[in-house]
Design a protein around this ligand. Structure first.
Ligand code: ADP
Ligand code: MG
Length: 681
């Protein structure tokens, strides 16, 4: 076929919304998705227009011939040829009104394409019956070639079947040549019908002498509008000669056989009639494999031309069919058979033969390994992952993978994969947000504790000296007093209270990390064991079941055993105090993410959410005066910080219990100690 300068079907990019319906509908794999846009590949397109009908967004456009026709009307004697399906395209109007309206647009004459159909019928009859001048080189079964979409399909995708394709022109071409014979070589001819593939056909080198432009019925309506022609009020008219006879049923499936006088009943397997894209493709495939035993096959890509893309699809198929049948019958009743016969004989010299040529277009076929690799990219690793949902426009996941390999499809067209990916990303985002919020919370908490620490340290230093003096002088006074002096008790009280203050001060210093670590290489289990041994003795732990688990892979490491013992003791005492009626305290040590983690889990009263952030603040306590100082966790915090570790509540539920978690860096020798006696990690 001749190179088409402008694509017959194209995509209006801003309207394409990635629904992939056109891919599903295209019989020729002529749609390529690029940057999310479903574009028509010109060299593969049949011009059948199925993608135009199926696109709900109106994103597929057909090459518009209206301007060209209006220019022709202005400058030349132009003749319109109406395809017989016009009777069904303009449902509300009688055929005569449509003819009158076309004439009113300025066409010099209006003729019926159906006469062209009548003319080629003889050629078909001969071909099928191998008679007279019938071309006996044509292979059986003969495939009718009047449907341009089908002829295109065979030329491009199944040239093996070219020998079967009837070397006969379509009714449009035959009629174009008849019009030239009747009305002269100079007249311009416009074919008007329901089919966009005709726009590909009429520019073919083999037949380009016949017709000057092809309009769809939709474009005809646009011309009526631009010419201000009201089809309802315009003067009715009839066709110019030559008039058609049975050829008017051509647009119905089986119409060719019927009008060519070939037996088309269901019992005759010599003549196969089929229609519709899916069945056509199926039949063509069977023909290629020589599985069809018939003389002649009449195939139409649409369900008859009356279902062509540019028909009025709001009206049901049977009503449309009825309209064409009625129009044919009327023609038969009113036509003048002898004049028709005469016209057919007069046109015996009109060339109704043509050739078809291979226009084979191929695509590279992927290997199984290629397909698997592409499927793996969309998380389809075995057959059970292949949903074959069709959302991408391809019937199976493998067809889709093949299209990706052939550069027809893009990687992100798999809907289930995209949904999974989106959910995964959303989850990851949520996790990151949660982690961020927690880190932020911890940061605020640390900063708060750091500033309290500074205050506490300053105060502790200041208080420490006077405390020391109090102790010293109390001691001196005590020494000076007689053993039995009544003031001895008072002095002892002063000394005890001063000692208590010293403990508090040292706690505060611990909290504010002002202490020194004395690091020794040891196993954490020895510290845990020492803690358990100490608490087991205490009445507070009488009703408490104490368990401890230390994983085998926990190594020895450098640590300040005395200070960690103090931390563990504080945590254990808190746990016991949270379980006044007994319960279980579980201590676990394990290696997680290259750090030593130690869990203290109790089955106690739990901590209210709003209090969790306050726990490590010095003097925060919920216990009665005299029972709790609120320094236990503050001290633990300071000691763990000095070890470059962290301590926090992992989980706590009211009435169920609390888990504290400590994590520490694993350090193997004392070289990790910095000049302040802390750890340099
Ligand atoms: P204290 O024990 O003297 O009150 P801490 O600093 O040791 O001070 O603890 C502060 C507060 O944290 C406690 O008063 C208590 O409210 C809460 N707390 C600590 N550990 C636990 C736990 N295991 N279960 C419930 N509450 C706890
Ligand atoms: Mg405590």
């Amino acid at each position: 076929m001749r190179e088409i300068q402008v694509p017959v079907i194209s995509t209006i990019e801003e309207k394409c919304k990635r629904c992939y319906s056109c891919i599903r509908e295209c019989p020729a794999k002529a749609i390529k998705v690029e940057n999310g846009q479903a574009k028509v590949i010109e060299s593969r397109c049949l011009g059948c227009g199925h993608c135009v009908i199926v696109c709900s967004q109106g994103a597929k456009a057909v090459l518009d011939g209206t301007d060209h026709v209006l220019a022709m009307l202005a400058e030349h004697e132009t003749i319109a040829m109406l395809a017989p399906s016009f009777a069904a395209a303009f449902m509300d109007n009688r055929p005569e009104q449509v003819i009158g309206a076309v004439r009113a647009c300025g066409f010099a004459r209006v003729v019926e394409v159906a006469f062209g159909a009548d003319l080629i019928n003889k050629a078909y009859f001969r071909l099928v019956n191998d008679k007279d001048d019938g071309d006996e080189t044509v292979k059986k079964p003969i495939i009718a070639s009047s449907c341009p979409a089908l002829a295109n399909y065979i030329e491009k995708y199944m040239p093996e079947l070219l020998p079967n394709l009837a070397p006969i022109v379509s009714p449009m071409v035959a009629m174009g040549r008849v019009v030239h014979k009747y009305y002269g070589k100079e007249v311009k001819i416009v074919f008007i019908g329901p089919c966009s593939a005709k726009k590909v056909e009429f520019v073919d080198d083999e037949v380009k002498d016949a017709v000057d432009e092809v309009l769809t019925f939709t474009e005809l309506e646009a011309i009526l509008l631009r010419k201000n022609v009201d089809i309802h009020t315009v003067e009715a008219s009839t066709f110019d000669p030559p008039r058609a006879y049975l050829g008017r049923v051509y647009p119905l499936s089986g119409g060719l056989l019927r009008s060519a006088g070939l037996p088309a009943d269901v019992m005759n397997s010599d003549m196969v009639v089929t229609e519709g894209k899916a069945r056509v493709l199926n039949l063509v495939e069977s023909l290629k494999n020589e599985q069809v035993d018939a003389k002649m096959i009449d195939i139409l890509f649409c369900e008859g031309c009356i279902s062509g893309p540019f028909m009025n699809h709001d009206i049901n198929y049977f009503t449309r069919k009825q309209k064409v049948v009625r129009y044919t019958d009327e023609g038969r009743l009113t036509s003048d058979y002898p004049s028709w016969r005469k016209a057919i004989e007069e046109c015996a010299d009109v060339n109704v033969y043509r050739r078809f040529h291979s226009e084979r277009v191929t695509l590279n076929e992927p290997s199984q390994a290629d397909i698997r690799a592409i499927l793996a990219r969309i998380d389809k690793h075995d057959v059970s992952d292949e949903l074959n949902c069709g959302a991408c426009g391809y019937p199976t996941c493998r067809d889709y993978a093949r299209a990706v390999y052939q550069n027809l499809a893009e990687n992100d067209m798999c809907l289930p994969y995209l949904i999974d990916k989106k959910e995964r990303m959303q989850r990851q985002l949520q996790d990151s947000l949660d982690a961020l919020a927690e880190t932020q919370q911890q940061l605020i908490q640390h900063e708060k504790l750091a500033s309290i620490g500074q205050l506490a340290a300053g105060m502790a230093h200041e208080v420490n000296n006077p405390l020391g003096s109090i102790m010293l002088y109390a001691h001196l006074v005590k020494k000076r007093l007689q053993e039995n002096d009544p003031s001895q008790d008072d002095i002892k009280f002063i000394m005890d209270e001063a000692k208590r203050c010293q403990t508090i001060v040292s706690g505060l210093l611990n909290f504010s990390r002002q202490g020194q670590l004395s690091l020794v290489r040891q196993h954490i289990s020895s510290v845990i064991d020492k803690t358990i041994k100490a608490i087991r003795q205490q009445p507070l732990f009488r009703a408490i079941d104490i368990r401890s688990f230390v994983d085998d892979d926990v190594p020895e490491m450098v640590l300040d055993a005395d200070q960690l013992y103090q931390v563990f003791l504080n945590l254990a005492v808190n746990a016991a105090e949270a379980m006044p009626d007994g319960g279980t305290l579980t201590i676990r040590a394990k290696i997680e993410m290259d750090r030593l983690t130690i869990y203290f889990e109790d089955t106690g009263i739990g901590i209210a959410k709003e209090n969790v952030a306050k726990l490590f603040t010095p003097f925060y306590t919920t216990k009665q005066i005299g029972k709790g100082t609120g320094l236990g966790l503050a001290i633990a915090y300071g000691i763990i910080k000095m070890h470059k570790g962290s301590i926090r509540v992992l989980d706590s539920q009211l009435g169920k219990g609390t888990i504290f978690i400590i994590d520490l860096p694993i350090l193997m020798d004392e070289s990790a100690v910095d000049s302040n006696g802390g750890l340099s990690v």
